[in-house]
Design a protein around this ligand. Structure first.
Ligand code: KG4
Ligand code: ZN
Length: 353
């Protein structure tokens, strides 16, 4: 069974082919046109996707060494994401599916991140046994969920303001690190002192009484942003420059501490024996190391997708389609074209657009 996956929800144009459950190709083109703007410019993103989509899909099919007609289904992100960007991939995928007479599988991008540890490739197949707690952390989302093998999941926590990736990107912007700043903070943090300054860890045991904290799995990162801004305003630029790595390490430590504390607390409360961390921020080396250490301490198995599958990619879209077909969440006979794109995760969960 060959599945073509297409992903265009933000600033990565990606196409992948999955053959019999294993990744045969995964082509990702990251847009560079947003760097000078300090964030993704929606219209530029849509235009870039439209410019690249044919060549990226063609490259994925060529690398997989299959013919278009050998595809069983075509899958694409239907949301959440920048609506114009989503629509480029969705319309292209539906048009291609219709022209080839193949079914189309609409995919929820966040769900694809949640199940990205299940991606199979030449490195093998990784899948937690039994229920697990998933931390999904990207530029647009910060979700804590309890996930079942049936692909059902319950969201138990989410950010009430900025996403974890935004916390990296916005504080990094204040430090003049460009966009996206997450990977740059990660690199700088390796040479800095995480105890240089203690930035706030909102909604954690250390910030609240244990009673109000218990069972609160929501996140908040806007206070961290304000705190970094206030600190920067209080210090001259030479001092800030001198301590750039220390600041990066201190910011990263504040974000990582919150993510690890809440994820472990959720795993213990829901009595699961595995944790998964997915989404762009799961590429962070500090988060990977701290989560591994915490999991080792509590006897929990940790699943983190390979770096290529942490940030946005189409292999996770094709894998999600495969899982939905296999586990009865998508029926080929229900195929229809003209799927409504959606911008927000919550809207899709409620069935609204
Ligand atoms: O999953 P993703 O590629 O796109 C969204 O769905 O948002 O995540 C992108 C986010 C950005 O905020 C980026 O700064 C962050 O992931 N990111 C990182 C790292 N690599 C990517 N954040 C911290 N450390 C990294 N190494
Ligand atoms: Zn994403």
């Amino acid at each position: 069974m060959n599945i073509l996956g297409i992903e265009t929800s933000c600033d990565e144009t990606s196409a992948a082919v999955l053959s019999d459950g294993s990744v045969r190709s995964n082509i990702v083109s990251s847009q560079r046109c947003h760097t000078d703007f300090g964030g993704v410019v929606p219209e530029l993103a849509s235009r870039e996707h439209e410019r690249l989509i044919v060549s990226i899909v063609e490259a994925a099919i060529t690398e997989a060494n299959i013919a278009k007609n050998d595809l069983y289904v075509i899958a694409a992100t239907a949301g959440p994401g920048l609506i114009g960007a989503v629509m480029v991939g969705l319309c292209f995928a539906e048009g291609l599916a219709w022209a080839l007479g193949k079914p189309f599988v609409p995919i929820n991008h966040v769900e694809a991140h949640i199940f990205s540890p299940f991606i199979s490739d030449e490195a093998g197949h990784r899948e937690p046994k039994g229920d697990f707690v998933s931390l999904t952390v990207s530029g647009g989302h910060t979700l804590l969920s309890v996930v079942r093998q049936t692909l059902d999941y319950e969201v138990i926590g989410r950010t009430i303001d900025d996403a974890a990736g935004e916390a990296f990107d916005k504080t990094g912007k204040m430090l003049g690190l460009g966009y996206p700043a997450g990977p740059v903070i990660d690199r700088l943090a390796c040479e800095g002192d995480p105890d240089f300054h203690r930035f706030p860890r909102a909604l954690t045991a250390s910030s609240q009484t244990s009673k109000s904290y218990r069972g609160n799995f929501d996140f908040s990162f806007s206070g961290l942003k304000t705190s970094v801004r206030t600190w920067l305003e209080a210090h001259d630029s030479e001092y800030v420059q001198k301590h750039q790595a220390d600041l990066a390490a201190s910011i990263q430590a504040a974000i990582v501490d919150v993510l690890v504390e809440k994820t472990i607390a959720a795993a213990l409360l829901y009595k699961v024996n595995a944790i998964s961390v997915a989404g762009g921020v799961s590429a962070n080396s500090g988060l990977r190391a701290a989560m591994q250490a915490a999991c080792d301490k509590h006897g929990l198995a940790l699943f983190i997708p390979a770096l290529a599958y942490s940030t946005d990619n189409a292999a996770m879209i094709a894998t999600m389609a495969q899982l939905m077909i296999e586990r009865g969440k998508y029926r080929i006979e229900d195929n229809s074209y003209g799927v409504a794109p959606f911008a927000r995760f919550e809207a899709a969960r409620k069935g609204a657009r």
